[in-house]
Design a protein around this ligand. Structure first.
Ligand code: GSH
Length: 219
């Protein structure tokens, strides 16, 4: 079955889909587009004008959660717990992760120092809370699942901030750091982004001319 994921290099929702593709060894192609210059063919294919979209022989799918669920289902459903309550609980925390992604965009656009640290503390508290739900090296224990893919993409933002500034969200939070470290040992997580992702995300952060931009410098 031929699958093509329409992608954007820096998108965390694309990354979660790629992680699920890689975890399931699903053969696929990826077509990267520039969101600031969307091709006409993309506008016709994507009902929301957003990535990711998944082209399948049966048609187009959009919304990363739906794409991840579909990819998981066609591969034996191993990236969700079997138990209905646990599966629903995972989905709850996946939604929570998407909420954190919205806060992250507030964070990198914020110009005011005080408000920046308000967003930062809110994100740190939320990450602390979800980390307390973790039952082992991964969210559900010893098995990596979709919920882990979602948080890996969140941690990647803070890895880059810690690399290019003195702001390190993991410093006072060893549990969050442990989860991050377990996730970044997975080839799927490593392989979900382009080689020069860190530099490109740094460039994206710097362009915002926000408070975060002022903290970052190239090393
Ligand atoms: N809820 C959507 C969110 C996807 C999303 O926001 N994608 C962003 C890139 S990360 C996008 O395509 N934005 C459109 C734009 O920038 O014009 C999903 O989970 O797939």
């Amino acid at each position: 079955m031929k699958l093509n994921l329409i992608s954007f290099e820096l998108c965390p929702y694309v990354q979660r889909s790629i992680i699920v593709l890689l975890e399931n060894d699903i053969m696929h192609e990826r077509t990267y587009i520039d969101l600031s210059d969307k091709p006409d063919w993309f506008k016709k294919k994507s009902p929301l004008g957003k990535v990711p979209i998944l082209e399948t022989p049966s048609g187009i799918l959009f919304e990363s959660n739906v794409i991840c669920e579909y990819l998981n289902e066609i591969s034996g459903s191993k990236l969700h717990p079997d138990d209905s309550f646990e599966k629903a609980r995972n989905r709850s925390w996946i939604e929570y992760g998407s909420g954190i992604l919205s806060l992250i965009s507030k964070l990198y656009n914020e110009k005011d120092e005080g408000l920046f640290f308000e967003h930062y503390d809110e994100i740190r508290e939320k990450l602390d809370l979800v980390t307390q739900e973790r039952k082992g090296i991964y969210f559900n224990g010893e098995k990596f699942m979709i919920v882990d893919a979602v948080y890996a993409t969140i941690f990647r933002y803070f890895n880059v901030i810690a690399k290019y500034s003195s702001l390190n969200i993991y410093k006072l939070k060893p549990d969050i750091k442990d989860w991050r470290n377990s996730l970044f040992k997975r080839p799927s997580v490593e392989g979900a982004v382009i080689n020069d992702f860190d530099e490109k995300l740094l460039g994206f952060y710097l362009k915002r001319k926000s408070y975060l931009s002022s903290l970052l410098k190239k090393v």
